[in-house]
Design a protein around this ligand. Structure first.
Ligand code: ADP
Length: 439
């Protein structure tokens, strides 16, 4: 728009100048009045000077651009036209390519920098070409590592072996320990024209995965062992009866043993199912108002017969506390704590269940004056299949999984567990629903 206006302006100025010049010529021819001729001459001179200045200024302020290679095509320079055209094309192509490269670089940067996995690119000598933040974090290095040798950044033998193998043209995986983490390194060669001239190194933090795998392996071994024991007993007693090896008067006792072993098996399988359900997190979607006192009341009713059998008095006090959670998990948690308080007690013993709040935070406390736990076992009682006294646990129908279920259920509700025990005096376990607990 500006350009057009300037062009029109120049055209009008030029036309007015030409017209004025014609007029001067005409007046000069017609008159001999020296004053008029002088005035007209000055006017023409002024108009021409103004036009020249306007054109100069327009070019200076880039209102009128000098012809571009494209415009030049139409405006002359015929012999340069193909060359100017080619230069214009190449300039456009270069600009597009540069933009494309910049876009790709930006994308690559944002991907590598936001990856939790470590990514390292090495040249054929093992020098770092690129190392993302994730790799720096896993290898415990900060700042610019470009140009440094990977072995000066991490001297681990297994990592070195993986890099050597990849430099030799073969992919390799190694898992090594570094700064308290277990890191899996996947080294792949970069092959150009059939020759390996670099290495791509992926670093993954497998600490949690390995710990979970170890736990699963241990759990499977424990489960197999725990299931095998009652089945072997059941099979042995049944065989004796089948072959007529048992005296008729021993039959009730033998069948009683088969029954109790079968009950233990059932309890064990139920606990295993509960734990695997918790491991899978299949209860995670359930979140409803749960009344702690009501759950404790239900539990006391269910355990009444057992408490009477063990000659233990159970007392429930407190006020209703409603939390957000999974009712079934809370029932299992309360049940396991109260069951233990009765089981690991003595005739004439007591169990006190209290539901209340401390500083507005709901809590459930189960206290007993039973056998208590030695301090060295306190850290381990929440582990799967850990029993302080194996024989007593089995005798009382324990599976070794009760407190693991309590721990899981508390963690699911983000509740904190506070356990305290004095051998020979009793045990107190408090579940505080403060939202601070974690698995
Ligand atoms: P179990 O099925 O054997 O009772 P738990 O996981 O419930 O398994 O408990 C683990 C171990 O902790 C028990 O074997 C027992 O030795 C000990 N324990 C748990 N609760 C109490 C308690 N209230 N008093 C004494 N010892 C307890």
């Amino acid at each position: 728009m500006k350009e057009k206006l300037a062009k029109y302006l120049l055209f009008i100025i030029a036309a007015v100048s030409a017209l004025t010049a014609v007029c001067v010529r005409f007046i000069c021819l017609r008159t001999s009045d020296v004053v008029s001729v002088t005035v007209w001459t000055i006017a023409v001179w002024f108009v021409i000077t103004a036009s020249a200045s306007a054109a100069g200024m327009a070019i200076m302020f880039k209102v009128i651009k000098p012809p571009s290679p494209d415009e030049a095509e139409g405006d002359g320079y015929a012999e340069f036209r193909p060359l100017i055209h080619r230069i214009g094309e190449q300039r456009r192509e270069l600009q597009e390519k540069r933009k494309e490269l910049e876009d790709k670089e930006r994308k690559l940067d944002s991907i590598t920098e936001n990856m939790t996995e470590g990514l390292v690119l090495l040249d054929g000598e093992g020098l770092v070409v690129l190392m993302n933040k994730g790799a720096g974090r896993l290898l415990g290095t900060v700042g610019d590592t470009e140009g440094q040798h990977i072995f000066t950044i991490c001297g681990n033998n297994l990592l070195q072996a993986a890099v050597h193998t990849a430099v030799g043209g073969h992919s390799c995986r190694e898992t090594f320990a570094q700064g308290g983490l277990l890191i899996q390194a996947i080294a792949s060669p970069v092959v150009v024209d059939g020759a390996s001239n670099g290495v791509v190194l992926m670093l993954l933090d497998v600490t949690e995965r390995m710990a979970a795998e170890d736990m699963r392996r241990e759990f499977t071994a424990n489960v197999s062992h725990e299931l095998k024991t009652p089945i072997t007993s059941i099979s042995g007693y049944a065989e004796m009866m089948m072959r007529g090896l048992a005296k008729p008067e021993d039959l009730p006792a033998l069948s009683g043993k088969i029954y109790s072993e079968a009950q233990r098996l059932i309890a064990l399988i139920a606990d295993i199912i509960r734990l695997s359900r918790l491991d899978e997190g299949s209860t995670e979607s359930i979140s409803e108002p749960v009344e702690l006192l009501a759950s404790a009341k239900k539990c006391v009713e269910l355990l009444e017969a057992k408490a009477t059998n063990c000659r233990v008095t159970v007392e429930l006090t407190g006020t209703e506390q409603t939390i957000k959670g999974a009712a079934q998990l809370i029932d299992e948690l309360v049940m396991n704590l109260c069951d233990n308080a009765i089981k690991y007690n003595q005739p004439g013993g007591h169990v006190w269940i209290y539901v209340g709040a401390r500083n507005g935070v709901p809590l459930l406390a189960v206290t007993d004056d039973g056998i208590g736990i030695e301090p060295e076992h306190m850290d381990r009682i929440f582990e799967r299949f850990y029993r302080v006294e194996k024989s007593r646990s089995k005798e009382t129908g324990g599976t070794g999984l009760g407190l693991s279920i309590v721990k899981h259920a508390a963690a699911w509700h983000k509740a904190t567990i506070d356990a305290d025990s004095v051998p020979g005096k009793g045990t107190r376990i408090v579940i505080i629903f403060d939202g601070k607990g974690e698995e």
